[in-house]
Design a protein. Sequence first.
Length: 292
Amino acid sequence: MDNNQSRRSFIQKSLAAGVGLSFLEPAAVFAKRPKMNLGLVTYQWGKDWDLPTLLANCEEAGLLGVELRTEHAHGVETSLSAQERKEVKKRFKDSPVKCLGYGSNYAYHYTDQAKVRENIEGTKKYLQLCKDIGASGIKVKPNGLPAEVSKEKTIAQIAQSLNEVGKTASDLGQLVRVEVHGKLTQQLPNMKAIFDQVTEKSVKVCWNSNDQDLMAPGLEANFNSVKKWLGDTVHIRELNEGNYPYQELMKLFTDMNYKGWILLEARTSPADRVAAMKEQLEIFNTMLANAK
């Protein structure tokens, strides 16, 4: 990967701080784990790995949780038969890698109501898949605020849709994780406006580490505005790429005694992805130590 020397320097300096990791209470939704953990979204770094390869590489790298992104080589889709779903569930059961859920592209901001309905029904089908394979939820997203209708109308429509799929999720023992995503909807005030109208407890915010998080009044204030709705998954990019203040973010999560998964949604193209995953885990653990 690029800038290896600067990254090694960052790691060495951080490790020199000598601060031990803080341990948190066990997570309620997943198997009991002592602290925040780093996992992987199959986007980019895992997109061309079949399921056995994905599990083997995550285990080797120490990233023991995975969010399966749709249409990737793992092939875990609603087209699977009941027997195939059992086989996927067994693969995860026999592996130390936990299937955290599914990363879908379903969204509910469309002006075409038939399309909204299609996305709602698709979400429900994948929630059933998540249950069948032993996962715990699905990632969805708003993807914008169409200019041809009022912002308030679209926000209400998104919230109503989330409440409907959230009811199905509750019935199945699943979660709906709403990624902070999309033009305008990735601004935290708009995400807060959506969740002000969400009534289903199974619907949670999936923090997405966007540059918009830093807009006025700043990261901490924006974080606090949706803090009570944060779920058990967070998306990050590479911790040593770009200017996002990940150390500050880790401090915010540590201070709230966060118990979920921090999921790497990588964007670069390293020659050795497993080695890159190991590097990210080392940086992640260092940041947790410094956030204590």
